[in-house]
Every structure is written in structure tokens, then in C-alpha cells.
Design a binder for this molecule. Sequence first.
Ligand code: ASP
Length: 445
Amino acid sequence: MLKVAKFGGSSVAGAEQFKKVKAIVEADDARRLVVVSAAGKRSSDDHKLTDLLYLCHAHLTYGVSCGDILHTIEQRFIEIRDELGLTYPIEEDLKALEGRLSKDMSVDELVSRGEYFTSRLMAEYLGFAFVDAADCIFFGFDGQVDRERTDAAIAAALEQHGRVVLPGFYGRLPTGRIKVMTRGGSDITGALAAAAVNADVYENWTDVSGILMADPRIVENPSPIASITYSELRELAFMGASVLHEESVLPVKERGIALNIRNTNRPDDPGTMIVESVEEEAGDQERFITGIAGRRNFTILTVSKRNMNQSVPLRQSLEILDRYKVPVEHITLGLDSFALVASTAALGDSLFDVIADIRKACRPDDVQIQDGIALVAAVGRKMPFRPGVSGRLFQALGNHGVNIRTIAQGADEISIIVGVENEQFETAIRVMYDGFADKMGGLTA
Ligand code: ASP
């Protein structure tokens, strides 16, 4: 059994968190490859090291001294090292870094040092070998990860050292320079590592006990999701549930590796298992919505034309939106009209040009705009097999005075999406959660 365990910023924010990580790693001999983020916030008014490093770079760009920020960063590392009785000579390394700052150091290299130093300390603390991501995460000239080289290098490093700490978030370009991934990228490093060594499980340790069925800022105490499929997760993430870095799913999904989200502060909680398909357990039938998520601020463009052959104006309208680089989230078709839903921000200033172009190309009878729309999705792999779900959903929303402006069902039927007014966003989520997440009020049989 081999597990790759990735610890996020809050899990390595200070010495106390390091101790929790050590206890977790030592509790299971299978945790032999550990991926580490840069130390994150210890409290809500604290700073992530990555943010401080970006701030340093901004100071340098404007010729302002970043000495104070570097000092804060140094103190964070020294505190961790000294409290844990480690010996890593962080002062020397930071001095060398400071010497190179304004000369030959790119922003990516500077920012990557958050992960680098945090991992050096973690490796010493765990007694694992430190392996630099610059020596085993390789990007091609296209900026994409070179999977073949990366797989081989990570597998070789684990083979050679047996137990390894690998910094997340960065790798090396063919030019030799360091490149960082997009924010939250340590999730991707963890996934790449898990895929490279063909791990049994990719554990992603964070500060929540898995994915919740709904946003806890909207629903009080939502239940955690015990297991979810990759497809459901994709739908929920697309609809606004922020869980993992989007790109971290594919490497493990394609190798059939389960992804387990766990809480460093509550290591006994089982967290959420993300898998290709879930074997339903007997007695589990009642919960058939896996999760609810949504986003505000969409615009519905309704184009009407009597007796039209819809396919032509629809195609033309989609082409127009494409030209303005506006992704279309949903399409609904009527006999003499169709409606396109797009994010209001994506339409931005192009809205009136888009409408003018649609008028010119399609000669419609009317084009209506409705903005201030929120989309809310109920996602559940079991939904396609239960009759009456949409009916009950719409009825429950109606009973609570939520006016549905548009409805869409994903082609694979694992999500039902309703468009409501922004003001009714939270009510819609609560109604769906209360009525559908748990007992299903009669729909369970
Ligand atoms: N430290 C980086 C960030 O804050 C990467 C990560 O934590 O995954 O975005």
C-alpha cells in the first residue's frame, strides 16, 4: 500500500501544525511520499508565505525595499525550526536569496521558495529525504507538465530514497528556470506524484473534514459528503464549490487512483472519498443528492423569432458569443425562441455589441436581456434513476416563493440546474438542501 499525502498551507502553518503532520504520517507506514505547500495562515489575520513572497516581488518591481517582508518570512521559518529543534540553516539560505533578489531572480523562483523552505524543514522533521520539485516536475516549452519525464523522475526519487518530501506548486522549464503553477497548485503536484508512483490513494490534507453538501455560510451545519464520483465533483466545482485545484483531478482520475480529502486538525474524520464510481451501500438509498452549489451573476439572453428554423440563428448567436470570447453556460430551446445563459462578467462591455451582432445576423423579432440571475445546481449520481425528482424540486422551490427563471439538466442527468434571481440564491440553496439532501420526503422508496 502506498499513499501520497499532500498537506496544504494551513496544515503546515506553524510548529503545532508540523507536529500534527508528523503524527499523521507516522500513523500509517503507507504515507511515504509527502507533498507540502508553503506555510499558510495561522489565524484569520495572518499571512500566507506565498502572498508575502508575491508582495516582496511587487516591492522590488517598484524599487521599494522588501527587507521588512523578508524579515517576517524569515521569522516564520526560524520559529518553526527552533520550536521543533531542527537544524536547517535557513538564515544562510535566505541571505543567499536576498543577495540574488534584484539581479537574476524571477518572480516564479522567488515565490517558489515558500514551498521550498517549508519542505526542507518538513523533510528534516519527518526524517524523509528532501527532493526538489525543480528536479522532478518538468514543464515543456508549451508550459504544460511533461508527464513522461515527471513520472519517471518522481518514481526514481521514491525508489532511491524510500521516503520523500516534495515541495508543491513549482517545477522546472526546459530552459532551467523555475515555473510556478497557478495558485493552489500544490494540489496538482500531489496528483502528479500520486500518478507517477501509482499510489493506492492520494490524500489531500486540509483544514476541513472533506467536501460539504452545501456552502456552510448558507446552510447551517451541512453534512459532509462521504463519497463522490469525479464527475459529480466536476459539476459541483464548475458550479462554484471550491474544493481542489481543478487540474489536480485529471492525473489521478485517469489512473484510477482514489482521492481522499482529509482534515489535518481532525485526523480521525474519514473525510471525502473521490472515486470513479461509488458502490452504493444498502441502506444508503435515502440520500441521493450528493451536493448543492451555485453561482450568482448570470445574464439570460432570449432571442425570439416566429417560425424560425432555430438551428441557424442559434448557431449564429453561439458564433457571435464565441467571437467575443463569452462562454455559454446553458442553452434552452423553445419553439420560436431560445435562451442563452452566460456570466454577466464575461459578457461585460461586449453585451451591447453582442446584441447588435445578433440582431444583424439573425433578424429576430425580439432580444430580451435578463441579468441578476443565479444558477443553483443539485448534483447527484443517483438522480437519473429516480422518477419525479425535478417535479418535487420545482414544487419545493415554488412553495417557498422562489421564482425559477430557467431550468437545465446536464446531458448525463447528474445535475439539475435552476436559474433564480440573485436575491433568491440563498433561499433556493436552503430549500434544496432541506428538502432533498437528507430524507427525500417520500422519494426514498
Ligand atoms: N502556496 C501556493 C498558494 O498559496 C500553492 C499552494 O498552496 O497550493 O497558492
